[in-house]
Design a protein around this ligand. Structure first.
Ligand SMILES: CC(=O)N[C@H]1[C@@H](OP(=O)(O)OP(=O)(O)OC[C@H]2O[C@@H](n3ccc(=O)[nH]c3=O)[C@H](O)[C@@H]2O)O[C@H](CO)[C@@H](O)[C@@H]1O[C@H](C)C(=O)O
Ligand SMILES: Nc1ncnc2c1ncn2[C@@H]1O[C@H](COP(=O)(O)OP(=O)(O)OP(=O)(O)O)[C@@H](O)[C@H]1O
Ligand SMILES: C[C@H](N)C(=O)O
Length: 483
């Protein structure tokens, strides 16, 4: 029987504490005044936020951190920390090895999440795509509706200034990640499954293996809410409650009269054949209307009236890096999006196309320029054909080299291979290997009126401030010369 996590005062030490999932858990436990420490090979605003919460952050990741994280009690008793690891931490990591050698109780991130969920009324949001967005919507909806759940998700939301919130109710809204198979450790009163596809060939060889994990998770949920627009969810999971963008689906929750504009999406929402009312979303994309239907189904299960739901959802601004408006300079709109799978790229470029219909004074043509940073050699190698056909809605495509995400590259695949594959189906595609090459290419390419969307789960979005700054200067030059 694996050792239970001790939340009664024994120290916890997170290796990879800056991770988007790890940091959310560290935040919640630090908020509970537990002794929490951690290390990460990258110190960011996320580790700084933890430090402000009282988490002891080590400046580097090394074996000695374990001894330093060990507490010495009054009678000189040494209390070894409970060590929590991200999947990103390999067994060769020096701090991991030191913890093992010292005999520390070892846990995975998912063990901590499962323990927190087990002591809560758990609402777990799973699915290959849309977990962060949907869990953000559910958290926001319940928070603003006065239910005040705790929230631990894989993205940052302005409403709670980050990826975690400690609520006053027994409810906990959690993003349930399937990427490493640890989803099977989670159980919940309500489970949501948005869709099921192969996205992590680093862990799964076939779609069937992915389905098996979701089935295991679904059996551990009292109620499963699933998308009727995903055949695999419907055929393999048979959710108790369904939602769909297709009225003919017969789903429990459907959206009709869908109207997408550059300012947002409206739809009529129905619950088991009864009209609930009109929904307006400020965030674009049919995929986000689908995510919103899942959130509505959760809120209705908790007894929230639809007029409250629609009022709150109209003010939801989304999660960072998900169709995230970064700025508007020289009549060019800059959007940052986390899409890193062909299905995600398709739905996001469709939303970008709608956004580009927004009329701009003095501009008669608006091009969608997609800058794509392929993510994980394993994903690109396995899904290259699907990636090659995912960019039809973009007018121009720039492809960078592949973001490794810590992976090795046994197939030797490169960003140039991705560029060539997309080029089989798209005439306006080019390669910009490095972030500096991207800046140079955009300086030459972008025109007033363009909408440039950065598709990245890696570090490509680091270029956005410089690119916007360049365009702002261009705008000033134009203004001066036109005087
Ligand atoms: C690897 C993994 O399982 N990552 C998943 C996990 O986050 P977390 O466990 O926090 O992982 P990280 O965000 O990837 O962040 C990992 C952190 O670990 C540091 N590091 C990494 C290596 C090392 O040697 N030393 C070291 O310190 C590194 O700097 C980073 O801050 O849970 C999140 C919430 O569900 C997922 O979104 C996330 O990405 C899944 C896959 C996806 O969405 O598909
Ligand atoms: N329901 C959906 N179907 C398809 N794509 C979606 C959906 N929702 C969001 N996306 C796209 O996927 C990207 C990632 O969304 P999000 O972070 O919410 O999903 P996730 O499941 O947490 O992702 P991951 O686990 O891969 O990090 C978004 O930026 C958007 O491009
Ligand atoms: C983006 C996703 N977290 C991955 O690591 O593949």
């Amino acid at each position: 029987m694996p050792m239970a996590v001790d939340f009664n005062g024994r120290p916890l030490h997170f290796i990879g504490v800056g991770g988007i999932g790890m940091s959310a858990l560290a935040y919640v436990l630090a908020e509970r005044q537990l002794p929490v420490s951690g290390s990460d090979c990258h110190l960011t605003h996320i580790t700084r936020r933890l430090q402000e919460k009282g988490v002891h952050i080590f400046w580097s990741q090394e074996a000695d951190n374990i001894a330093q994280a060990t507490q010495t009690l009054a009678d000189d008793t040494q209390v070894l920390p409970q060590v929590v690891c991200s999947t990103a931490i390999s067994p060769s990591n020096p701090e991991y090895k030191a913890a093992m050698d010292a005999g520390c109780p070892m846990f995975h991130r998912s063990d901590i999440l499962a323990a927190l969920m087990n002591e809560s009324q758990g609402i777990a949001i799973a699915g290959t795509h849309g977990k962060t967005t949907t869990s953000s919507m559910v958290g926001y909806l319940l928070l603003k509706a006065g239910i005040d759940p705790s929230i631990v998700i894989g993205g940052e939301v302005a409403a709670w200034q980050g990826n975690a919130h400690v609520g006053t109710s027994d409810y906990m809204v959690a993003e349930a990640d399937e990427s490493d198979g640890s989803l099977v450790k989670l159980s919940a009163e309500i489970g949501v499954i948005t869709n099921i596809e192969l996205d992590h060939p680093d862990h799964y060889s076939t779609l069937d293996e992915v389905v098996g994990i979701f089935k295991h998770f679904a059996h551990q949920c009292d109620v499963v809410i699933g998308s009727a627009d995903c055949e695999t969810v419907m055929n393999q999971i048979q959710p108790n409650v369904t939602y769909s963008l297709r009225p003919e689906s017969g789903a429990d929750y459907i959206a009709t009269d869908i109207c997408e504009t550059s300012q947002g999406t409206t739809a009529e929402i129905w619950e088991r054949g009864q009209r609930l009312g009109e929904l307006h979303l400020a965030i674009l994309g049919r995929h986000n209307l689908s995510n919103a239907l899942a959130a509505i189904a959760v809120a209705r299960r908790l007894g929230v009236e639809f007029d409250v739901i629609s009022t709150i959802m109209a003010t939801f601004e989304g999660a960072k890096r998900r169709f995230d408006h970064r700025g508007f300079h020289n009549n060019i709109l800059f959007i940052d999006d986390y899409a890193h799978h062909p299905s995600e790229i398709k739905v996001t470029l469709a939303a970008a196309k709608v956004k580009s219909t927004e009329s701009l004074e003095g501009v008669n043509q608006r091009l969608v320029v997609a800058v794509f940073q392929p993510h994980r050699y394993s994903r690109i190698t396995t899904l290259l054909q699907e990636f090659s056909m995912a960019f039809a809605e973009a007018d121009q495509v720039i492809v960078t080299d592949i973001y490794s995400a810590g992976e090795k590259n046994p197939s030797g695949i490169t960003g140039e291979d991705v560029t060539s594959a997309i080029g089989e189906h798209h005439t306006q595609v080019s390669y910009a290997a490095t972030l500096d090459d991207v800046k140079a290419k955009l300086a030459a390419l972008l025109q007033p009126g363009d909408l440039v969307i950065f598709l990245t789960a890696g570090n490509l979005n680091q270029v956005i401030p410089d690119v916007m700054d360049y365009q702002a200067k261009q705008s000033e030059k134009t203004a001066l010369t036109s005087v």
